[in-house]
Write a protein that binds this ligand. Structure first.
Ligand code: BES
Ligand code: ZN
Length: 461
């Protein structure tokens, strides 16, 4: 039996143990944005470094001012390229906890109505299940061949879900060690349950928080109501002013640098037969909310957004309280496309908001990072080899797609290390990432492991 077939057989035979290991990682509550979970993030990093050391990697969890980076190397391949695999071990907060049907950090296998199986836990799809597909592929290669077919370095980040504050300094400080021929980034999705995908476009991201202060204290709403300005009303007016009635973003200059997608990309996207009605129908909606005249696929892949992610102020506890709060806040994010400049957009946003706020109120801003949009080549030699490997595994040519989400590391790899990335992942749109009841299909996990085994074999040829 050819060696790759033996590796694939080994992956199939070892699947129950692979799941046990994934479950051990999923049990660690590595929520990066909440300081209460700092020690759990360190525990996840240590667990990964331990696993990789067991596999023969030279691996360590390295401290940063935030959460540790796991770095590992195995450079024993006789020839072939050197790849850097990237994933993130941190996860999003689990709130609202009451919406979960089972505890988020007690992973379990569920069987769907159609008989398919899925892994249910926070981080199952984003990104622990995905990063473990690569680790398990390496394990199978080592078990069968005693070595990997290509030289492999690994970088696991613990701050991806909270704006990656330590990433750039870490890449700069370790550029020589981390620069490889290509980066493999496993944090994206498939086109469908049966058809794999390679992602070549990502949107950028800007995060902003605004707090409006009116009176210098909370007030009785009978004693002061209508005379004293209510900051929640001001905030609501500001938020309402951010969009036009036709769905466009109303901030002057916001669309500078957006541009239209190139004809060749449009032709590929048109051939995908995306069904916008089905996409919205799956989440219980039917009316596209974005810019009039744009398709749903454009709205999520090639147009910018401005979304309010959270709004708070006043009394929100049980019962009722007649109060006019002193302050009201909102967390806002923009998704960027084309050449939109994160810093400029932040300035435009702040200017726009300041103009809406009455003279006797004040507004303060807190920034949560930013990264520009990204377009990768879709004809490189690594992409072509990966394409063949994925087609062999899934029986369908991978779709070349865009993604609505953001993965800051991909831009940083290009800018700081001069390295292109190949974005291959096995998530599905209905995985509920960032939301209660996150899941990862068993077919994604199993097929993902088999896919990486084939991809690194193809790179060695
Ligand atoms: N895995 C996602 C990015 C993603 C989502 C890619 C959907 C493709 C499709 C990633 O972990 C993520 O959520 N990133 C954040 C980045 C942010 C917090 C800096 C995002 O996009 O909101
Ligand atoms: Zn992710």
């Amino acid at each position: 039996m050819a060696i790759l077939d033996q590796v694939l057989q080994q992956i199939d035979d070892d699947l129950p143990q692979s799941l046990d290991r994934l479950f051990a990682l999923l049990r660690i509550e590595s929520i990066s944005t909440d300081p209460a979970y700092r020690e759990r993030c360190a525990a996840a990093a240590d667990w990964l470094a331990g696993e990789l050391t067991t596999l023969g990697f030279d691996a360590a969890a390295r401290p940063t001012p935030g959460h540790p980076m796991v770095v590992a190397h195995d450079q024993t391949a006789p020839a072939g390229p050197h790849v850097l695999f990237y994933g993130h071990y941190d996860v999003q907060p689990v709130d609202p906890l009451t919406e979960w049907n089972s505890p988020p950090f007690e992973p379990k296998i569920e069987t769907a109505a159609d008989g398919s199986k899925r892994i249910r836990a926070r981080g199952a799809a984003d990104d622990k299940g995905q990063l473990m597909t690569f680790v398990e592929a390496c394990r199978a290669w080592k078990a069968v061949a005693g070595k990997l077919p290509v030289n492999v370095s690994i970088l696991f980040e613990g701050e991806e879900e909270s704006g990656s504050p330590s990433l750039e300094p870490f890449l700069k400080a370790n550029a020589g060690e981390l620069r490889c021929d290509v980066a493999l980034v496993c944090d994206t999705g498939m086109w469908s349950r049966e058809r794999p995908a390679i992602t070549t476009m990502l949107r950028g991201l800007v995060g902003e928080e605004m707090t409006i202060t009116a009176a210098d204290r909370d007030l009785h709403s009978g004693g002061y109501g209508s005379a004293a300005r209510n900051p929640i009303h001001v905030l609501a007016d500001v938020i309402a002013a951010l969009h036009e009635k036709d769905g466009a973003i109303a901030i002057p200059g916001f669309y500078d640098g957006v541009g239209e997608i190139p004809a060749e990309v449009k032709a590929i996207w048109d051939s995908l037969d995306f069904d916008g009605a089905e996409f919205l129908g799956d989440i219980g909606l039917s009316i596209p909310a974005g810019e009039k005249g744009r398709s749903v696929l454009e709205m999520i892949w090639s147009r910018p957004t401005l979304e309010v992610n959270g709004i708070f102020g006043g009394y929100t506890g049980d019962g009722f309280k007649t109060v006019i709060a002193s302050k009201a806040s909102a967390k806002v994010s923009f998704r960027l496309v084309g050449d939109q400049d994160p810093d400029r957009l932040r300035d435009l946003f702040q200017d726009f908001v300041r103009k809406q706020v009455p003279a006797d109120c004040k507004v303060e801003f807190k920034s949560h990072g930013g990264s520009p949009a990204l377009r990768l080549p879709f004809d490189g030699p690594f992409l072509q080899k990966a394409r063949g490997a994925l087609a062999a595994e899934w029986g369908e040519d991978p779709a070349i797609v865009g993604a609505g989400g953001s993965i800051p590391v991909v831009g940083a790899f290009k800018r700081l290390l001069g390295m292109d990335s190949l974005m291959i992942g096995y998530g599905l749109d209905d995985d509920r990432i960032h939301s209660p009841n996150e899941k990862y299909e068993l077919s994604s996990f199993h097929g993902g492991i088999r896919s990486w085994a084939r991809v690194i074999a193809a790179f060695a040829e």
